[in-house]
Design a binder for this molecule. Structure first.
Ligand code: UT7
Length: 378
């Protein structure tokens, strides 16, 4: 009988981000437009959430079209042929259709003919989940290039007469290409958790197998987003605070070792309160919810993409991302971006995938070694 020999990897494999992109609807909707729809005001929305405008899909746009645009940009930034992608993971809770998933449609659209394709539904925490899963597959040696996309179009499920929900959400997609490398970089710490006891706090009750659509469920509004805002607000602050602390401790790093915090962009008050509690200064927190609102699984990858393109992140920087949302679910990932360099900020994003050894490299590598060492000693 033929026996399989045990393959042992001598060199550990890490996953680095080598490409990034975003896809956004054309139409921007300002707070003032809601004043004609519901009893609200630009001032209320700004002061209670930090949101000023959001993007809303039109008739020819959808989760898949946005995800495809983000994926194409990420592949271009990575200078990677789509046929070299091994797997596409789309984090979404709003796929174009309940079946099939969004990922195979993106796979076909971008011509990733040798890729597997799946969706992950962890709502607003989806991108962190997908990133950690993709990292594990690369570390296992079974995959080399994985496209990780966060994409949602929650505007399709919003009740435009419910002022406590409709003003919050926007549509969009963000994508990264994760690639295998032998250099210690990438994921240094992660926490993926859930508390299903809070499932009813944020949900779309109808449309699934428990409550298939009927004229009655539609009339009752069961296909809209239902949310207990204040309860989710408290949960979000607690999770963002505790999970950030947990993951830093897990990686053996201090707040000062983190170059940029990219929290899920749900509400500026949630972010401010948690960052104050953890002791993270405002200038280390990336915020773009004023322009996009809460884009669910897309919020972190869109923010990552804009942080890189605006020079807020240098290759070798440590970024801490934390997503939280329906489930309840939350996911936190501490990720070193690319390989350290001291290339001028304007050029860094173009060179993220290249191994350029510099002065910034020393600090970044020391942190990487500490984090990898702390991971190994658990
Ligand atoms: O990705 C995770 C998804 N969800 C979230 O992150 C949402 C988390 N929750 C929140 O962000 C906040 O709870 C909201 C922004 C949704 C609401 O802010 P809040 O400060 O918690 O307000 P509230 O729900 O306690 O409501 C205060 C008042 C209420 O009126 P009364 O009962 O005091 O007369 C609401 O009816 O504000 C009213 N209100 C509004 N007023 C004007 C609720 N929404 C609006 C609105 N415009 N859009």
């Amino acid at each position: 009988m033929r026996r399989f020999s045990t393959v042992r990897r001598v060199t550990p494999r890490y996953a680095q981000i080598v490409g990034w992109g975003k896809g956004l609807p054309v139409r921007a909707m300002h707070n003032r437009e809601f004043e004609a729809l519901v009893d609200t005001s630009d001032e209320w929305i700004r002061s209670r959430t930090g949101i000023v405008e959001r993007r809303i899909v039109g008739p020819n746009e959808s989760t898949v079209t946005l995800a495809t645009a983000a994926a194409r940009q990420a592949l271009a930034a990575a200078d990677l042929d789509p046929r070299r992608i091994d797997l596409i993971i789309v984090a979404t809770c709003t796929p174009d259709t309940l079946m099939p998933a969004a990922a195979p449609l993106v796979q076909q659209a971008i011509g990733a003919t040798r890729a597997g394709a799946i969706d992950v539904n962890a709502a607003c925490a989806g991108f962190a989940y997908a990133l950690v899963m993709a990292n594990g597959m690369i570390a296992a040696g079974t995959h080399h290039n994985i496209l990780v996309i966060g994409a949602d179009t929650l505007s399709r499920w919003v009740d435009w007469t419910d002022r406590s929900v409709c003003v919050l959400f926007g549509d969009g997609a963000g994508a990264v290409v994760l690639q295998a490398t032998d250099t210690p970089t990438g994921l240094f710490g992660a926490q993926l958790r859930a508390d299903g006891a809070g499932a009813g706090l944020l949900c779309v009750p109808g449309g699934g197998t428990r409550m298939p659509p009927t004229a009655e469920t539609i009339a009752a509004g069961a296909h809209f987003i239902h949310m207990d805002g204040p309860a989710v607000f408290k949960f979000a602050i607690q999770i963002l605070t505790e999970s950030t602390r947990d993951v830093l401790a897990q990686a053996g790093l201090e707040v000062g070792d983190i170059d940029l915090f990219v929290p899920h962009q749900a509400n500026k008050r949630i972010i401010d309160s948690a960052m104050r509690a953890v002791g993270i200064p405002e200038d280390k927190v990336f915020i773009n919810l004023d322009r996009y609102g809460n884009t669910s699984a897309a919020s972190i990858p869109i923010a990552l993409c804009e942080a890189i393109e605006s020079g807020r992140m240098r290759p070798g920087d440590n970024v801490l991302m934390c997503g939280f949302g329906a489930g309840l679910t939350w996911g936190t990932a501490l990720f070193q971006w690319g390989v350290p360099t001291d290339v001028p900020a304007s050029d860094q994003w173009r060179l993220a995938g290249q191994s350029i050894v510099t002065s910034h490299h020393d600090r970044a590598l020391a942190i990487a070694r500490r984090a990898v060492g702390s991971r190994g000693s658990r």
